[in-house]
Design a protein around this ligand. Sequence first.
Ligand SMILES: C=C(O[C@@H]1C=C(C(=O)O)C=C[C@H]1O)C(=O)O
Length: 338
Amino acid sequence: MTTAGADEDGGHGRAPDHGSTVPSGRASDVTPAGPVPGPTVAGVPRPRPTPGGPATDVAETRPRVGHIQFLNCMPFYWGLVNSGALLDLDLYKDTPDRLSEALVAGELDLGPISLVEYLRHADELVVLPDLAVGSDGPVLSVVLSTQVPVDEIRSVALGSTSRTSVLLARMMLEDRFGVRPRYITMPPDVPMMLREADAAVTIGDVALRAYYEFEQGGPGHRPEVIDLGAAWRDWTGLPMVFAIWAARRSFAGAHPGLVKEVHSALRGGIELALAEVQTVAARASRWEVFDQASLVRYFTTLDFRLGERQLAGVAEFARRAAVRGAVPPPRDIVFADV
Ligand SMILES: C=C(O[C@@H]1C=C(C(=O)O)C=C[C@H]1O)C(=O)O
């Protein structure tokens, strides 16, 4: 859990992937980011006053916005810091599983949500246009690490911080590679997971590290690492979208201007960060196990857009997930009016 005061690097320190070590992933464990001033007490998001009367853009408190505390979202953080927009948000950093849960529970107003959780709760949410965490081919940080050839995989440990990638991995293993392993869910620690199972699915910084270690290890390195973004595109020809940004419908209805403002801060933020990617990577590498070049490659490999191709990827994933009964039948995506 990120604590106030440990935030010089935007909360992207060395141990960001331990979401599942917090008991039962309660959404109320979401902790406010350090630099954000505000009257939040004991790390628990304030209840938002129920809007009454006509829609108004004047919220009594800053919007409660989620932030994935993985390197994949550091470019957004860079943008929010450098534009000053951070001062107008109550930013809550956590793992994607817990942020998704908090948004669905109404403990956040807006934020990133794992695609699967969005598909399960689409009725309560509106999607912010042109923001995503995805990839059009390799992603580097969503991986299956396996000790045995893929067709011999009998057991898989699924990282507890993921909702979308673990489903993608199951689709891939069962529907593409024709294996039917048993699954267990575990904290995202690859060596520990591989003590319990033939293969492990992880996301975020832990996965990025596994990917780079495999690449540096050369042919025959064990565990072998399979990039699930690349595997999805080989399979479908489409980009994969792992997470999108959404606002609660009630919040968007009451505060359309704030949704617009946060959207524009995030969209402008990512553009700024990508324009200055060498600097962002250099600054981040000070506190990370990854060097500047590895981070530049990572930030420019990720696909932060939600354009037509990405939406086709979303539709295809939603269709396949619905066939498996993992999400409700596909519906049209409702976008926030920005
Ligand atoms: C690309 C990534 O996308 C993520 C994958 C998610 C998931 O599998 O549920 C959720 C949010 C994103 O952080 C990553 O974490 O590396």
